[in-house]
Design a protein around this ligand. Sequence first.
Ligand code: ZN
Ligand code: ZN
Length: 390
Amino acid sequence: MKKAIIYLFFFFFIIINTSFTILSESILIRIYAHLKVTSVQIIQSKGNYYVMADATTILKTKNTDVLKFNLINDSVNLMLNDSFKGRYKYIKIIGSNDAEFKIKLLNPDRKIRTYQNNISLSVVEEGLKLINEVELNNYIAGVTEAEAGSRTTLEFYKVQSILARTFALAHINKHVNEGFSLCDQVHCQAYFGKPKDSNICSAINLTQNLVVVDENLNLIIAAFHSNCGGQTANSEDVWGAKTSYLRSISDSFSLKMPNSKWERRMLTDDWLSYLKLKHNIPIEKENIRQAALKFNQESRKIYLECNNTKIPLKNVRQDLQLKSTFFNILPLGKDSILFIGRGYGHGLGLCQEGAIKMGKLGYNYTQILNFYYQNTQLIDLHKLNFFKDE
Ligand SMILES: [Zn+2]
Ligand SMILES: [Zn+2]
Protein backbone atom coordinates (compact mmCIF):
# COMPACT_ATOMS: atom_id res chain seq x y z
CA MET A 1 0.00 0.00 0.00
CA LYS A 2 2.84 2.38 0.81
CA LYS A 3 4.37 1.84 -2.62
CA ALA A 4 1.09 2.78 -4.22
CA ILE A 5 1.16 6.11 -2.46
CA ILE A 6 4.65 6.88 -3.72
CA TYR A 7 3.58 6.07 -7.22
CA LEU A 8 0.51 8.27 -7.00
CA PHE A 9 2.62 11.03 -5.62
CA PHE A 10 5.09 11.02 -8.46
CA PHE A 11 2.48 10.65 -11.12
CA PHE A 12 1.16 13.87 -9.80
CA PHE A 13 4.08 16.05 -10.78
CA ILE A 14 3.57 16.67 -14.43
CA ILE A 15 6.11 19.21 -15.55
CA ILE A 16 5.45 20.89 -18.84
CA ASN A 17 8.68 21.25 -20.69
CA THR A 18 8.41 24.80 -21.91
CA SER A 19 9.94 28.10 -20.98
CA PHE A 20 6.53 29.73 -21.17
CA THR A 21 5.13 28.32 -17.97
CA ILE A 22 5.63 25.47 -15.56
CA LEU A 23 2.67 24.13 -13.66
CA SER A 24 4.33 22.43 -10.74
CA GLU A 25 1.40 20.45 -9.38
CA SER A 26 -1.13 20.04 -12.10
CA ILE A 27 -3.75 17.47 -12.85
CA LEU A 28 -5.46 16.43 -16.09
CA ILE A 29 -9.25 16.66 -15.96
CA ARG A 30 -11.46 15.70 -18.85
CA ILE A 31 -14.19 18.36 -18.99
CA TYR A 32 -17.66 17.86 -20.48
CA ALA A 33 -16.77 14.18 -20.23
CA HIS A 34 -20.41 13.07 -20.56
CA LEU A 35 -21.06 14.93 -23.83
CA LYS A 36 -20.25 14.29 -27.48
CA VAL A 37 -18.79 17.72 -28.28
CA THR A 38 -18.36 18.62 -31.96
CA SER A 39 -18.03 22.41 -31.87
CA VAL A 40 -16.56 24.70 -29.23
CA GLN A 41 -15.30 28.26 -28.82
CA ILE A 42 -12.47 29.24 -26.49
CA ILE A 43 -11.83 32.87 -25.63
CA GLN A 44 -8.74 33.97 -23.73
CA SER A 45 -9.83 36.11 -20.78
CA LYS A 46 -6.71 36.56 -18.62
CA GLY A 47 -2.94 36.16 -18.98
CA ASN A 48 -1.20 35.03 -22.16
CA TYR A 49 -1.73 31.97 -24.29
CA TYR A 50 -0.10 30.30 -27.22
CA VAL A 51 -1.45 27.50 -29.34
CA MET A 52 0.46 24.37 -30.25
CA ALA A 53 -0.92 22.15 -32.96
CA ASP A 54 0.57 18.72 -33.63
CA ALA A 55 3.68 19.72 -31.61
CA THR A 56 4.36 23.00 -33.42
CA THR A 57 3.60 26.45 -32.04
CA ILE A 58 1.26 28.05 -34.53
CA LEU A 59 0.05 31.23 -32.89
CA LYS A 60 -0.17 33.43 -29.81
CA THR A 61 -3.48 34.83 -28.75
CA LYS A 62 -4.48 38.06 -27.06
CA ASN A 63 -7.47 38.77 -24.85
CA THR A 64 -10.84 38.52 -26.64
CA ASP A 65 -9.38 36.44 -29.49
CA VAL A 66 -11.92 33.77 -30.38
CA LEU A 67 -10.64 30.31 -31.18
CA LYS A 68 -13.20 28.01 -32.74
CA PHE A 69 -12.77 24.27 -32.98
CA ASN A 70 -14.94 21.99 -35.09
CA LEU A 71 -14.73 18.27 -35.47
CA ILE A 72 -14.32 17.46 -39.16
CA ASN A 73 -13.92 13.76 -39.94
CA ASP A 74 -11.18 12.67 -37.54
CA SER A 75 -9.48 16.05 -37.17
CA VAL A 76 -9.89 19.27 -35.25
CA ASN A 77 -10.56 22.24 -37.53
CA LEU A 78 -9.15 25.47 -36.04
CA MET A 79 -10.36 29.00 -36.77
CA LEU A 80 -9.00 32.20 -35.21
CA ASN A 81 -11.50 35.08 -35.33
CA ASP A 82 -13.27 33.41 -38.26
CA SER A 83 -10.14 32.80 -40.34
CA PHE A 84 -9.07 29.24 -41.06
CA LYS A 85 -5.79 28.14 -39.40
CA GLY A 86 -5.59 24.44 -40.15
CA ARG A 87 -6.70 20.92 -39.33
CA TYR A 88 -4.92 18.97 -36.63
CA LYS A 89 -5.01 15.80 -34.56
CA TYR A 90 -4.00 17.41 -31.30
CA ILE A 91 -4.14 21.03 -30.20
CA LYS A 92 -2.90 22.37 -26.90
CA ILE A 93 -3.51 25.88 -25.62
CA ILE A 94 -0.87 26.77 -23.06
CA GLY A 95 -1.17 29.74 -20.75
CA SER A 96 0.89 31.75 -18.31
CA ASN A 97 0.42 30.82 -14.64
CA ASP A 98 -2.46 33.25 -14.12
CA ALA A 99 -4.14 32.47 -17.45
CA GLU A 100 -7.88 31.93 -17.74
CA PHE A 101 -10.18 31.24 -20.65
CA LYS A 102 -13.87 31.16 -21.28
CA ILE A 103 -15.34 28.17 -23.03
CA LYS A 104 -18.61 28.07 -24.93
CA LEU A 105 -19.89 24.78 -26.23
CA LEU A 106 -21.72 25.35 -29.53
CA ASN A 107 -22.65 21.75 -30.24
CA PRO A 108 -24.19 20.67 -27.97
CA ASP A 109 -25.12 24.16 -26.83
CA ARG A 110 -24.07 24.97 -23.26
CA LYS A 111 -23.62 28.10 -21.18
CA ILE A 112 -20.21 29.79 -20.96
CA ARG A 113 -17.85 28.62 -18.20
CA THR A 114 -14.47 29.92 -17.05
CA TYR A 115 -11.48 27.63 -16.59
CA GLN A 116 -7.88 28.24 -15.52
CA ASN A 117 -4.53 27.16 -16.98
CA ASN A 118 -4.26 24.95 -20.07
CA ILE A 119 -6.56 22.96 -22.32
CA SER A 120 -5.99 20.39 -25.03
CA LEU A 121 -8.30 19.13 -27.76
CA SER A 122 -8.16 15.87 -29.63
CA VAL A 123 -10.61 13.48 -31.26
CA VAL A 124 -12.14 10.52 -29.49
CA GLU A 125 -15.16 8.42 -30.47
CA GLU A 126 -16.58 10.98 -32.92
CA GLY A 127 -16.30 13.82 -30.44
CA LEU A 128 -13.75 16.28 -29.15
CA LYS A 129 -11.89 15.27 -26.04
CA LEU A 130 -11.28 18.39 -23.94
CA ILE A 131 -8.69 18.08 -21.20
CA ASN A 132 -8.08 20.90 -18.75
CA GLU A 133 -4.54 20.75 -17.40
CA VAL A 134 -5.05 22.68 -14.22
CA GLU A 135 -3.10 23.52 -11.05
CA LEU A 136 -4.24 21.20 -8.27
CA ASN A 137 -5.43 24.08 -6.09
CA ASN A 138 -7.47 25.56 -8.93
CA TYR A 139 -9.07 22.17 -9.51
CA ILE A 140 -9.76 21.69 -5.79
CA ALA A 141 -11.39 25.12 -5.70
CA GLY A 142 -13.70 24.23 -8.59
CA VAL A 143 -14.65 20.90 -7.03
CA THR A 144 -15.28 22.54 -3.66
CA GLU A 145 -17.86 24.88 -5.15
CA ALA A 146 -19.49 22.13 -7.23
CA GLU A 147 -19.74 19.73 -4.27
CA ALA A 148 -20.37 22.14 -1.38
CA GLY A 149 -22.62 24.56 -3.20
CA SER A 150 -21.94 28.27 -3.12
CA ARG A 151 -22.63 30.70 -0.27
CA THR A 152 -21.82 28.38 2.61
CA THR A 153 -19.39 29.11 5.46
CA LEU A 154 -15.61 29.43 5.24
CA GLU A 155 -15.08 26.56 7.69
CA PHE A 156 -17.24 24.24 5.62
CA TYR A 157 -15.36 25.19 2.45
CA LYS A 158 -12.16 24.21 4.26
CA VAL A 159 -13.62 20.80 5.13
CA GLN A 160 -14.93 20.18 1.62
CA SER A 161 -11.68 21.28 -0.03
CA ILE A 162 -9.61 18.87 2.10
CA LEU A 163 -11.95 16.05 1.07
CA ALA A 164 -11.74 17.08 -2.60
CA ARG A 165 -7.93 16.99 -2.41
CA THR A 166 -7.95 13.64 -0.61
CA PHE A 167 -10.28 12.15 -3.21
CA ALA A 168 -8.27 13.52 -6.13
CA LEU A 169 -5.00 12.04 -4.88
CA ALA A 170 -6.58 8.71 -3.96
CA HIS A 171 -8.08 8.40 -7.46
CA ILE A 172 -5.37 10.02 -9.53
CA ASN A 173 -5.18 6.94 -11.77
CA LYS A 174 -8.89 6.45 -12.26
CA HIS A 175 -8.83 7.35 -15.98
CA VAL A 176 -5.13 6.94 -16.60
CA ASN A 177 -5.71 4.52 -19.47
CA GLU A 178 -7.72 7.21 -21.27
CA GLY A 179 -4.94 9.79 -20.96
CA PHE A 180 -6.22 11.87 -18.04
CA SER A 181 -6.61 11.53 -14.26
CA LEU A 182 -10.21 12.34 -13.44
CA CYS A 183 -13.38 13.29 -15.29
CA ASP A 184 -15.54 16.28 -14.34
CA GLN A 185 -18.66 14.23 -13.55
CA VAL A 186 -19.89 12.73 -10.27
CA HIS A 187 -18.28 9.49 -11.47
CA CYS A 188 -15.13 11.18 -10.15
CA GLN A 189 -15.82 14.64 -8.66
CA ALA A 190 -18.08 17.35 -10.08
CA TYR A 191 -15.94 20.20 -11.52
CA PHE A 192 -17.31 23.08 -13.56
CA GLY A 193 -14.28 25.35 -13.68
CA LYS A 194 -13.33 28.40 -11.65
CA PRO A 195 -15.55 29.03 -8.61
CA LYS A 196 -17.53 32.24 -8.21
CA ASP A 197 -17.24 32.55 -4.42
CA SER A 198 -13.88 34.08 -3.41
CA ASN A 199 -14.23 32.52 0.07
CA ILE A 200 -13.28 29.22 -1.56
CA CYS A 201 -9.82 30.48 -2.46
CA SER A 202 -9.33 31.67 1.13
CA ALA A 203 -10.37 28.24 2.40
CA ILE A 204 -7.83 26.57 0.14
CA ASN A 205 -5.05 28.93 1.16
CA LEU A 206 -5.79 28.22 4.82
CA THR A 207 -5.69 24.42 4.36
CA GLN A 208 -2.80 24.17 1.87
CA ASN A 209 -1.89 20.62 0.90
CA LEU A 210 -3.86 18.94 3.69
CA VAL A 211 -5.30 15.47 3.10
CA VAL A 212 -7.04 13.00 5.43
CA VAL A 213 -5.26 9.71 6.15
CA ASP A 214 -6.15 6.71 8.30
CA GLU A 215 -4.01 5.25 11.08
CA ASN A 216 -1.80 3.53 8.49
CA LEU A 217 -1.32 6.86 6.67
CA ASN A 218 -3.36 5.72 3.69
CA LEU A 219 -5.60 8.30 2.05
CA ILE A 220 -9.14 7.71 3.22
CA ILE A 221 -12.21 7.04 1.08
CA ALA A 222 -13.58 10.57 1.41
CA ALA A 223 -17.27 9.62 1.40
CA PHE A 224 -19.80 12.31 2.23
CA HIS A 225 -23.54 12.84 2.01
CA SER A 226 -26.05 15.61 2.54
CA ASN A 227 -27.59 14.69 5.91
CA CYS A 228 -27.36 11.51 8.03
CA GLY A 229 -30.62 12.09 9.90
CA GLY A 230 -28.91 11.92 13.30
CA GLN A 231 -26.78 8.82 12.85
CA THR A 232 -24.18 8.00 10.20
CA ALA A 233 -23.77 4.52 8.71
CA ASN A 234 -21.09 1.83 8.81
CA SER A 235 -19.29 1.31 5.50
CA GLU A 236 -19.88 -2.46 5.53
CA ASP A 237 -23.64 -1.91 5.77
CA VAL A 238 -23.67 0.25 2.64
CA TRP A 239 -20.71 -0.78 0.48
CA GLY A 240 -19.77 -4.15 1.84
CA ALA A 241 -16.19 -3.33 2.89
CA LYS A 242 -15.36 -2.44 6.48
CA THR A 243 -13.05 0.53 7.11
CA SER A 244 -11.70 1.77 10.42
CA TYR A 245 -12.93 5.33 9.84
CA LEU A 246 -16.38 5.05 8.18
CA ARG A 247 -18.10 4.10 11.45
CA SER A 248 -21.64 4.79 12.54
CA ILE A 249 -21.77 7.72 14.97
CA SER A 250 -24.58 9.60 16.61
CA ASP A 251 -24.81 13.10 15.06
CA SER A 252 -27.14 15.57 16.71
CA PHE A 253 -25.66 18.44 14.62
CA SER A 254 -27.58 17.33 11.55
CA LEU A 255 -31.01 17.52 13.22
CA LYS A 256 -33.19 20.51 12.36
CA MET A 257 -31.39 21.10 9.08
CA PRO A 258 -33.03 21.32 5.62
CA ASN A 259 -32.55 17.63 4.79
CA SER A 260 -33.07 16.15 8.29
CA LYS A 261 -36.48 14.72 7.48
CA TRP A 262 -38.51 13.53 4.55
CA GLU A 263 -41.89 11.89 3.94
CA ARG A 264 -43.24 9.86 1.08
CA ARG A 265 -46.77 8.63 0.70
CA MET A 266 -47.30 5.43 -1.26
CA LEU A 267 -50.33 3.37 -2.21
CA THR A 268 -50.51 0.24 -0.05
CA ASP A 269 -51.11 -1.88 -3.15
CA ASP A 270 -47.95 -0.54 -4.80
CA TRP A 271 -45.88 -1.32 -1.72
CA LEU A 272 -47.31 -4.83 -1.38
CA SER A 273 -46.82 -5.67 -5.03
CA TYR A 274 -43.24 -4.39 -4.79
CA LEU A 275 -42.65 -6.81 -1.88
CA LYS A 276 -44.30 -9.63 -3.80
CA LEU A 277 -42.70 -9.13 -7.19
CA LYS A 278 -39.23 -8.07 -6.17
CA HIS A 279 -38.76 -9.98 -2.91
CA ASN A 280 -41.26 -12.83 -3.15
CA ILE A 281 -43.05 -11.97 0.10
CA PRO A 282 -46.36 -13.93 0.36
CA ILE A 283 -48.58 -10.90 0.91
CA GLU A 284 -51.75 -12.98 0.28
CA LYS A 285 -51.50 -14.02 3.92
CA GLU A 286 -53.33 -11.50 6.08
CA ASN A 287 -50.83 -11.51 8.99
CA ILE A 288 -47.87 -10.96 6.65
CA ARG A 289 -49.74 -8.25 4.80
CA GLN A 290 -50.47 -6.44 8.07
CA ALA A 291 -46.87 -6.79 9.29
CA ALA A 292 -45.55 -5.37 6.02
CA LEU A 293 -47.40 -2.09 6.58
CA LYS A 294 -45.34 -1.16 9.64
CA PHE A 295 -41.62 -0.73 10.09
CA ASN A 296 -39.65 1.07 12.74
CA GLN A 297 -35.99 2.08 13.12
CA GLU A 298 -34.91 3.72 16.35
CA SER A 299 -31.34 3.50 15.17
CA ARG A 300 -30.19 2.56 11.68
CA LYS A 301 -31.03 -0.99 10.62
CA ILE A 302 -29.52 -2.83 7.68
CA TYR A 303 -32.56 -4.92 6.73
CA LEU A 304 -36.29 -4.68 6.55
CA GLU A 305 -37.42 -8.04 7.89
CA CYS A 306 -40.61 -9.41 6.46
CA ASN A 307 -41.82 -13.00 6.92
CA ASN A 308 -38.27 -14.04 7.90
CA THR A 309 -36.91 -12.57 4.67
CA LYS A 310 -34.20 -9.96 5.10
CA ILE A 311 -34.54 -7.24 2.50
CA PRO A 312 -31.50 -4.93 2.42
CA LEU A 313 -32.70 -1.39 3.07
CA LYS A 314 -30.20 -0.05 0.54
CA ASN A 315 -32.08 -2.04 -2.14
CA VAL A 316 -35.43 -0.63 -1.02
CA ARG A 317 -33.96 2.86 -1.13
CA GLN A 318 -32.62 2.35 -4.63
CA ASP A 319 -35.71 0.62 -6.03
CA LEU A 320 -38.13 3.23 -4.68
CA GLN A 321 -35.78 6.20 -5.10
CA LEU A 322 -36.00 7.15 -1.43
CA LYS A 323 -33.80 9.86 0.06
CA SER A 324 -32.33 7.50 2.67
CA THR A 325 -32.58 4.01 4.20
CA PHE A 326 -33.30 5.56 7.61
CA PHE A 327 -37.13 5.47 7.57
CA ASN A 328 -40.18 4.15 9.40
CA ILE A 329 -43.37 2.97 7.72
CA LEU A 330 -46.86 3.67 9.05
CA PRO A 331 -50.29 2.80 7.61
CA LEU A 332 -52.06 5.97 6.46
CA GLY A 333 -55.82 5.65 6.14
CA LYS A 334 -57.33 2.73 4.22
CA ASP A 335 -55.20 2.52 1.13
CA SER A 336 -51.87 4.26 1.73
CA ILE A 337 -48.71 3.95 3.75
CA LEU A 338 -46.38 6.73 4.81
CA PHE A 339 -42.59 6.57 4.79
CA ILE A 340 -41.24 8.89 7.46
CA GLY A 341 -37.56 9.28 6.78
CA ARG A 342 -34.49 10.89 8.24
CA GLY A 343 -31.52 12.29 6.33
CA TYR A 344 -30.55 12.43 2.67
CA GLY A 345 -27.88 10.22 1.11
CA HIS A 346 -26.02 7.00 1.94
CA GLY A 347 -25.05 8.18 5.43
CA LEU A 348 -21.32 7.36 5.12
CA GLY A 349 -18.55 9.62 6.34
CA LEU A 350 -19.04 13.36 6.47
CA CYS A 351 -22.56 14.64 6.91
CA GLN A 352 -22.53 17.98 5.07
CA GLU A 353 -25.36 19.65 6.94
CA GLY A 354 -24.02 18.45 10.29
CA ALA A 355 -20.58 19.78 9.35
CA ILE A 356 -22.06 23.16 8.37
CA LYS A 357 -23.79 23.31 11.74
CA MET A 358 -20.59 22.37 13.61
CA GLY A 359 -18.75 25.16 11.79
CA LYS A 360 -21.43 27.66 12.81
CA LEU A 361 -21.11 26.48 16.43
CA GLY A 362 -17.38 27.25 16.36
CA TYR A 363 -15.82 23.84 15.70
CA ASN A 364 -12.84 24.02 13.35
CA TYR A 365 -12.21 21.87 10.28
CA THR A 366 -9.91 19.48 12.15
CA GLN A 367 -12.55 18.82 14.79
CA ILE A 368 -15.23 18.40 12.15
CA LEU A 369 -13.19 15.90 10.12
CA ASN A 370 -12.16 13.95 13.24
CA PHE A 371 -15.79 13.75 14.29
CA TYR A 372 -17.05 12.23 11.04
CA TYR A 373 -13.97 10.17 10.12
CA GLN A 374 -12.95 8.30 13.25
CA ASN A 375 -9.26 7.52 13.89
CA THR A 376 -7.98 9.73 11.07
CA GLN A 377 -5.53 12.60 10.89
CA LEU A 378 -4.68 15.49 8.62
CA ILE A 379 -1.31 15.44 6.92
CA ASP A 380 0.52 17.56 4.34
CA LEU A 381 0.36 15.61 1.09
CA HIS A 382 4.09 16.19 0.53
CA LYS A 383 4.84 14.26 3.71
CA LEU A 384 3.57 11.11 2.01
CA ASN A 385 6.87 11.37 0.17
CA PHE A 386 8.63 10.16 3.34
CA PHE A 387 7.77 6.62 2.43
CA LYS A 388 10.15 6.76 -0.44
CA ASP A 389 13.08 6.10 1.92
CA GLU A 390 11.52 3.19 3.78
ZN1 ZN B 1 -14.62 9.72 -13.84
ZN1 ZN C 1 -25.50 14.08 10.35
